[in-house]
Design a protein around this ligand. Structure first.
Ligand code: UDP
Ligand code: MG
Length: 317
């Protein structure tokens, strides 16, 4: 029987957690009582995770699909692959480190049954996160909200349910530098949130380093906004205006017969200011050109070493 609900989970070096994760998912899904599948994407793990996943798949071959990436592609591409392979009428994406409790899934499904096509889980409380993570995350959401036209619900991560209708559009968006959260907001449909308590990580450490978070922030902004490009224009206009004004002031002082407004300090700071503004704008241009370059190469989004799947599995178009 074709699964009604697919659960998609990215996994990267979580050897101590995957078994418990699978058990909690299968308990919850059995309670819901509809045909289900669990699509686990092994994002090029280098510990015992791949072997453990194959064992889980062998133990429950009817429910579990395991996709082994050929290398580490990152969380966003791992959930993308999971969505590509999922067959359910509804697809739930969830982290595999048990920070997102699987017990929230029935509530997501209930809202979906009420007619919502996108149901995201909203972190009402967060446990075990550093103040630094909370502060940077808060700043991140505020900047995104200001700079882009899509509204990403505050405190909604990648734990959400998508109806097949919304998913079809999401699957058609093959951009490389992805920020799936904003992309799901972009597709529209009837969306709603379900509050939940985000737990501390069960074991292991976060795989989202500061560098990766910064990258995600830049992807989110450049992927959904051209305001930084306009910023370049505005600062150009501003600097030019200031320059003209200064020239006029110098002219007036000169005509008045007094000493000109001069000195090496002033010249040096003007040169630095103009140079800085120029490099900044070139950098912003570079970000966008980099994105264009990645897109025109048209490489596949990820590479798959092996797929372990139930008998009769057929990938949907
Ligand atoms: N993950 C992944 N590839 C990566 C990094 C992380 O598939 O390169 C997975 C990881 O196993 C976890 C989820 O993505 O299930 C979220 O990662 P993490 O818990 O490290 O991020 P945080 O919750 O701290 O933001
Ligand atoms: Mg986590």
């Amino acid at each position: 029987m074709e699964p009604q609900i697919s659960v998609v989970a990215p996994v990267y070096n979580e050897e101590v957690l995957v078994r418990e994760f699978y058990q909690r998912i299968s308990t919850v899904m059995a309670c819901i009582g509809e045909p289900w599948e669990l699509v686990i994407v092994d994002d090029g793990s280098r510990d015992q995770t791949p072997e453990e996943l194959d064992r889980i798949q062998a133990d429950d071959p009817d429910h579990v699909i395991v996709i082994h990436f050929a290398r580490n592609f990152g969380h966003q591409l791992a959930i993308t692959a999971g969505m590509d392979y999922a067959r359910g009428a509804a697809v739930v994406t969830i982290d595999s480190d048990l920070q997102d409790p699987p017990e929230v899934i029935p509530e997501l499904v209930r809202r979906w049954r009420e007619g919502y096509e996108v149901v995201y889980a909203v972190r009402a409380e967060r446990e075990g996160e550093t103040w630094f993570k909370l502060a940077t995350a808060g700043l991140f959401y505020r900047v995104i909200q200001k700079l882009t036209s899509v509204t990403i619900p505050m405190e909604a991560g990648d734990f959400r349910l998508l109806d097949r209708k919304a998913l079809t559009y999401l699957k058609a968006m093959r951009e490389h530098d992805r920020f799936v959260r904003a992309m799901t907001s972009w597709v529209g449909f009837r969306q709603t949130g379900v509050p939940y308590r985000r737990h501390a990580r069960k074991a292991g450490t976060t795989k989202y380093t500061l560098g990766k978070m910064l990258r995600l922030a830049v992807d989110a902004i450049t992927g959904f906004s051209v305001i930084p490009l306009k910023l370049a224009l505005w600062s150009g206009v501003g600097a030019t205006g200031l320059g003209v004004l200064l020239a006029l002031v110098v002219l007036v002082i000169r005509l008045g017969g007094k000493a000109p407004l001069a000195g090496q300090g002033l010249t040096a700071s003007l040169v630095l200011f103009v140079g800085g503004v120029q490099l900044l704008t070139v950098g912003i241009l570079g970000e966008y050109i980099g994105r264009i370059y990645t897109e025109v190469r048209q490489r596949p989004l990820y590479t798959v070493r092996e797929v372990r799947c139930p008998e009769g599995y057929r990938q949907l178009p």
